[in-house]
Design a protein around this ligand. Structure first.
Ligand code: GN1
Ligand code: MG
Length: 367
């Protein structure tokens, strides 16, 4: 927390805030430190949180203009009685982000804060898993008619396993030998699983506009009713496949341990949470094709594996991408994500059965 506050003075944050079209008041700031990429502040009017003010990391998202346009295109679709709307606040110049001038170049955006909402890093509650499935389905349902050509791939090949393989192999060439030794098991698992995933790949899936980062803590829930309200952190909203959104949510829900849990006995694949998520998804899942449903178990292996190999690559590259709290954190995240990947591999037949039984309409089950 203190780290973020030190990076930006109150005065600096005020100057940025003044760039946006909001009433002049004595706002206060509170840093939110959960993300690995952006710098985020909650803006209060007295005791009431009103806005999220966020600096988009332009070293990761090099095309902030397109990123913001992707989000504002999507917001036009994300309107429904059972989906809470988030509104972007414009700058005085009518833009959806504020450009902080040199020398501290930065790109800032502001949006409404949903009061009475909360997010969870993990859950043991099947009702939360159900709600998560329902809202991830709703998000994709509302975006099913989005014009994919309007959206820019702000991180091209974000979930492309071949790109991640290439980056991993490049990192191996230059990495410190002590690090390679410490990561031996992870490196072996990566090589083995790359082969496995290749053999499972499913072609001819429809390209959709997806969230691409649907981990549980990117879902807002009502504190009062426990209903899922909406998805947040739409930075990675761009073209993708539905199994990306499915797999990323599942990896953070059916595993009740933290993403960098070092005690692997705590890493779980909770079947009741998997079934609850799938049941929630079934409420809004009519848009899914049989091929997309068949790809869901693959998505549950792919997503934790991709995050794991990216964390491993970053570890070998001396932590240049993710913010880390300690030197070995990327390796711990990788080992934990790989452990979950293996647990998910063991459950493929089970996942096939549950997804087909609950998502494929009875007349279509002979695909
Ligand atoms: C990064 O910063 P955050 O938490 O929004 C990453 C996601 C990962 C996540 C945690 C652009 O997101 O893909 O799920 O860390 N975002 C990007 O593993 O790389
Ligand atoms: Mg994110």
């Amino acid at each position: 927390m203190a780290q973020s506050l030190m990076k930006y003075s109150e005065e600096e944050l005020y100057t940025i805030l003044n760039g946006f079209e909001i009433p002049k008041k004595n706002y206060t700031f509170q840093p939110l430190t959960d993300g690995f990429i952006n710098d985020t502040f909650l803006v209060f009017d007295d005791k009431t949180p009103l806005f999220i003010l966020q600096r988009v990391n332009h070293l990761v998202f090099t095309d902030v203009h397109s990123l913001m346009n992707n989000i504002s295109h999507a917001f036009k679709h994300l309107k429904s009685d059972d989906y809470t709307e988030i509104i972007l606040v414009n700058t005085h110049a009518g833009k959806n982000y504020y450009e902080q001038p040199e020398p501290k170049k930065g790109y800032w955006r502001m949006m409404t804060y949903i009061d009475g909402s909360t997010a969870y890093n993990t859950t043991n509650d099947a009702a939360i898993a159900f709600e998560a499935g329902r809202v991830v389905g709703k998000f994709n349902l509302l975006l099913q008619n989005a014009n994919v050509t309007e959206y820019i791939d702000t991180i091209p090949q974000f979930h492309d396993v071949n790109l991640r393989k290439k980056q991993f192999r490049e990192a191996l060439k230059t990495a410190d030998t002590a690090k390679i030794t410490r990561a031996t098991n992870a490196i072996e698992f990566a090589e083995k699983t790359l082969v496995k995933l290749k053999s499972m790949q499913i072609d001819n899936l429809p390209i959709r506009i997806c969230h691409n980062d649907t981990k549980l803590n990117n879902i807002l829930f009502s504190k009062k009713t426990q209903k899922a309200l909406c998805l947040i952190d739409l930075d990675t909203l761009m073209k993708g496949y539905f199994h990306y959104d499915f797999g990323d949510a599942i990896r953070t829900i059916v595993n009740t341990a933290a993403e960098d849990e070092q005690d692997h006995s705590k890493i779980t694949f909770e079947k009741n949470l998997f079934e609850a998520f799938v049941n929630g998804l079934a409420h809004n899942g009519s848009f899914l094709s049989a091929a997309e449903i068949a790809a869901l178990p693959y998505g549950v292996l792919l997503m934790p594996f991709l995050h794991g190999i990216r964390a491993l690559t970053d570890y070998l590259n001396n932590n240049i991408y993710y913010k880390v709290a300690y030197e070995e954190q990327n390796l711990d995240r990788c080992l934990s994500l790989f452990d979950f990947t293996q647990k998910a591999i063991n459950e493929v037949p089970y996942m096939q059965q549950v997804t087909v039984n609950n998502l494929v309409s009875k007349g279509d089950q002979n695909f």
